[in-house]
Structure formats: structure tokens, C-alpha cells
Design a protein around this ligand. Sequence first.
Ligand code: FES
Length: 76
Amino acid sequence: MKINWPNGISSKVTVGADWLEEAKKAGIDIPTGCLNGSCGACEIEVNGKVIRACVNTIKGSKKSELEVKFFYDPFW
Ligand code: FES
């Protein structure tokens, strides 16, 4: 699975890997807070879908490529 990160770096990851760990390897620091899925600090957008990185693993996609963007909650 290929991931395109918001800093222009692409990396190869295995499905089921940890978002925060893989982001770190690519030089991306996903902000975190609670680490249990309740605060939303770690939200990122993956192929247009917002997920909370701390409680999700990387899922396979039909497109074999995942586009990651930062998601900023305007109400945060
Ligand atoms: S760190 Fe709080 S929801 Fe992920």
C-alpha cells in the first residue's frame, strides 16, 4: 500500500500498520492528545475521509494508494 503524505513524501506501508508510527517514519508529526479516540486532535483525512489516527490502523483501499491530508477542525 502506497501512502502519499501531506509533506510530499510517499511511503510503502503494510495494511494494518499503525497510522501514527508510519507518519513518524515519513517525517510527519500527527498531533495527538488523548490517544484513545475521544479528543480528535489526531484527525487526518485519508482519501477524503476523516479518521482519528490514534485508534485506526491503515486499511487497504481499492485504489492501492492513500492520499493523506491534515484535517483541521474549524471548531477546535
Ligand atoms: S489523540 Fe485524541 S482522538 Fe486521537
